[in-house]
Design a protein. Structure first.
Length: 400
């Protein structure tokens, strides 16, 4: 077995059960492990620490499979991990057509994301969509796919590993059918009583922002009779939720005409009154400022932008962008209005995000109180030892 020995004192994070080891923590490597190979990780004094996947091209050189010395990493291991993850979702996430089945490190499968869609057509087809983002899960791809099909009974698995992080692992981006039939151009999944068209082949991520399910339900709860503005709306997730909740008017902004076309199809698929929905194919930053200048006002504003800070070196620029849109968001709200604001940038932690939003409220000269802190649903569990997993953070605020 290939063995990796750490430098003195570099075992502390593994003893706290953090699942990553960086390249600069490694003293030496015995053997010549291939990319994705399983290695034994030992402390400088020879103590066993973990079994991990080796990634020679990544700064995250080791991703831990198991802290149990007696647990081999084989096909049975992946079958157990996938079955455990599926059981968790069955226990905690119900009545939805889109669920995050595997959430990387939190499910003991670092570098793997799997979403499970069950179509609303009644055909019971189902679709699993996977992203293999690290060398270890790439090496065990066939075993993982077999485990997914076995646990769920879903025969259709599609790969969306077209993410730039693979390049840091020395892997090429790739998409395509892994087993079963190719997915349709769009499938329809039901969530909180609303039907959504999902493009798993070319849409963002795996086709849908599954992580915002609970937050869409919250918007649906508070939308009745309100005028709503949804920025960076993509295919209309929050817009559809607001319409389903009885919003009087919903204005949605996105710079993708294709996404807006799917959003309009979603309105039709649900039988909503299309006259209550306005779609703006435009830059959200400029449009927000224009709406402020024109004196527009809303009762509820949703700000769910893309990732502004993909790495720590982008934090300052991202902070300015978040402040910009939140400043406009506050200025567009009527007294008593609600702001749902989010960041999916892992490099922006919850404390910094709150400070940015507070600064925007101060510049807008409004008093804003936090009603609720927001995050992903129970199908996105967080390891206590792995705070990096909490990428999505949000706030529900009210203008006093």
């Amino acid at each position: 077995m290939n063995t990796v020995t750490l430098k003195p004192s570099k075992e502390k994070s593994l003893l706290r059960r953090h699942p990553w080891v960086y390249a600069n923590a490694i003293e030496h490597v015995e053997g010549k492990p291939a990319s994705g190979a399983t290695v034994v990780v030992r402390a400088h004094d020879g103590r066993f620490l973990a079994r991990a996947a080796y990634s020679p091209h990544s700064q995250i050189r080791l991703r831990v499979w198991s802290f149990d010395e007696s647990e081999p990493i084989d096909h049975a291991f992946f079958k157990r991990r996938v079955q455990r993850a599926f059981a968790h979702r069955q226990a905690f996430v119900r009545d939805t057509g889109a669920v995050r089945l595997i959430f990387g490190e939190a499910d003991g499968l670092p570098g793997l994301v799997v979403d499970y869609y069950t179509e609303d057509s009644g055909a019971g087809r189902g679709q699993l969509v996977c992203q293999f983002m690290a060398a270890g899960v790439e090496a065990w791809k066939q075993a993982i796919v077999a485990a997914l099909v076995g646990a769920t009974g879903c025969p259709n698995v599609y790969e969306r590993s077209d993410v730039s992080i693979r390049e840091k692992e020395g892997l090429e981006q790739t998409t395509g059918v892994l087993t079963g039939d190719a997915p349709p151009e769009t499938l329809i999944a039901r969530e909180n009583g609303v039907r959504y068209h999902v493009d798993v082949r070319t849409g963002h991520k795996t086709g849908f922002y599954v992580d915002q399910r609970d937050n869409r339900a919250l918007v649906q709860t508070y939308a009745s009779g309100r005028e709503v503005l949804n920025c960076f709306c993509y295919t209309g997730g929050f817009s559809l939720a607001a319409l389903g909740g009885g919003a009087k008017r919903v204005v949605s902004i996105d710079s993708s005409g294709e996404a807006l076309a799917l959003a309009r199809a979603n309105v039709e698929a649900n039988g909503f009154d299309a006259s209550r929905a306005e779609w703006l194919d435009a830059d959200a930053f400029r449009t927000l400022r224009r709406l402020v200048d024109e004196g527009e006002r809303f009762d509820l504003v949703v700000l769910d932008p893309p990732k502004f800070a993909p790495a720590r070196e982008h934090v300052d620029r991202a902070a300015r962008a978040y402040k910009d849109i939140n400043l406009s968001g506050f200025r567009l709200l009527r007294p008593g209005g609600l702001l749902f604001t989010y960041s999916c940038s892992g490099a922006i932690d919850a404390d910094l995000f709150q400070k940015i939003v507070a600064g925007a409220a101060a510049d807008a000269r409004v008093d804003a109180r936090i009603l609720k802190r927001l995050g992903a649903g129970l199908d996105h569990p967080l390891l206590a030892a792995f705070p990096e997993g909490e990428y999505l953070k949000g706030l529900l605020l009210q203008i006093v």
